[in-house]
Design a protein around this ligand. Structure first.
Ligand SMILES: NC(=O)C1=CN([C@@H]2O[C@H](COP(=O)(O)OP(=O)(O)OC[C@H]3O[C@@H](n4cnc5c(N)ncnc54)[C@H](OP(=O)(O)O)[C@@H]3O)[C@@H](O)[C@H]2O)C=CC1
Ligand SMILES: C[C@H](CCC(=O)NCCS(=O)(=O)O)[C@H]1CC[C@H]2[C@@H]3C(=O)C[C@@H]4C[C@H](O)CC[C@]4(C)[C@H]3CC[C@]12C
Length: 293
């Protein structure tokens, strides 16, 4: 039995290497003149992604809720050399607005090449408090708005043989404590977009779907939420953002931007879940966790 597990594991590693090792080389001019939507672009990883595609000469439409932050991002995108840059402000808890963002791109650009789905709604980093309504609200913002924008954008993406880039997390691949609502939404993204990718293959729809599996990044909101509890240092948001853009442009199925140790859970999550739980809990210092009111 053990030998069979070893053979299956070895075969799996070889296949993973074959499918994920891609020899494609990214060139900045791959995005020159491309029409790109970036959601959650007023700060953090989304802001950095907007700057990268601007620097590469794309037409950029950025969106989030906060107008003054978006205006600063637009100004910086112009400085960096965007072919054109616009913003539309609104809340992704509203599916009408989610569709409106795509329609705005169609009006401004006349088409779409890359849809980068990145925004997330507020959530706590603490033990699950039993509030299922919060999970429902977070599913609207983190999942249903992604699906809504995908459906609205698909006609344009089919014409351009474009890309859908879905920013997810290691929390959407490996269970972990203190982020139950958030992890719920990220696992849902994998279910929706990885299943949709199979249907695209079946229907010969040449639109790529890139799911990005990211670990702790040094964005203000993440550091504010988890510092002191997460023991490993965060990775740089600018580099993370570039890896996401590269993966989308190269039409990768998945992008992994993980601190070294985070790769281990992915390898053992199906073979030794108890050992994985032991390793996971070693990464938390819950005595620093703020006491819930
Ligand atoms: N930082 C990290 O450690 C990690 C992040 N990720 C993923 O990366 C992505 C970006 O994370 P990060 O950059 O840290 O997040 P930030 O909090 O820095 O940015 C979140 C963005 O989403 C926007 N946003 C928040 N709520 C809404 C809403 N209701 N409607 C529309 N836009 C909204 C915010 O702008 P505004 O407030 O103006 O609306 C902001 O632009 C997320 O998908 C996250 O899951 C994955 C792994 C690790
Ligand atoms: C708690 C973070 C979400 C903070 C938030 O509410 N952002 C929106 C702010 S706003 O509404 O005011 O604009 C989580 C965002 C990213 C998470 C981290 C992540 O995905 C990587 C790790 C995954 C692991 O499973 C748990 C630890 C993580 C570092 C995780 C922690 C929670 C986030 C920082």
């Amino acid at each position: 039995m053990a030998i069979i597990k070893v053979i299956v594991a070895f075969t799996g590693i070889c296949l993973a290497f074959y499918f994920y090792s891609g020899t494609d080389v990214f060139e900045d001019d791959m995005l020159k003149g491309k029409k790109v939507i970036v959601t959650g672009a007023s700060s953090g990883i989304g802001e950095q992604m907007a700057y990268h595609v601007a620097r590469m000469g794309s037409h950029v439409l950025v969106t989030a809720r906060t107008v003054d932050k978006l205006e600063k991002v637009v100004a910086q995108c112009k400085q960096l050399g965007a072919a054109s840059v616009h913003y539309i402000a609104g809340n992704m808890n509203n599916m009408t607005f989610a569709k409106q963002v795509v329609h705005e791109a169609e009006k401004i650009f006349g088409g779409l090449d890359m849809l980068i789905l990145n925004h997330i709604g507020w959530t706590y980093f603490n033990y699950f408090d039993g509030n299922v309504d919060h999970i429902r609200d977070l599913l609207e913002i983190n999942v249903l708005s992604y699906a809504t924008m995908t459906v609205a954008a698909l006609p344009m993406l089919k014409k351009s043989n474009g890309n859908i880039v879905v920013v997810s997390s290691i929390a959407g691949k490996v269970p972990s404590p203190l982020s139950v609502p958030y992890s719920t939404t990220k696992f849902a993204l994998d279910g929706f977009f990885s299943s949709l990718r199979i249907e695209f293959v079946q229907q010969k729809i040449d639109v790529s779907i890139t799911l990005c599996v990211i670990s702790y990044i040094d964005t203000d909101s993440a550091v504010k939420s988890v510092s002191g509890v997460i023991t490993q240092p965060p990775a740089p948001k600018k580099e993370c953002a570039l890896e996401i853009i590269k993966g989308g442009a190269l039409r990768k199925r998945e992008v992994y931007y993980l601190y070294r140790a985070a790769k281990i859970p992915l390898l053992i999550r199906d073979w030794a879940p108890e050992f994985l739980e032991y390793l996971t809990l070693k990464n938390y210092d819950v005595k620093n966790l703020p006491k819930k009111e």
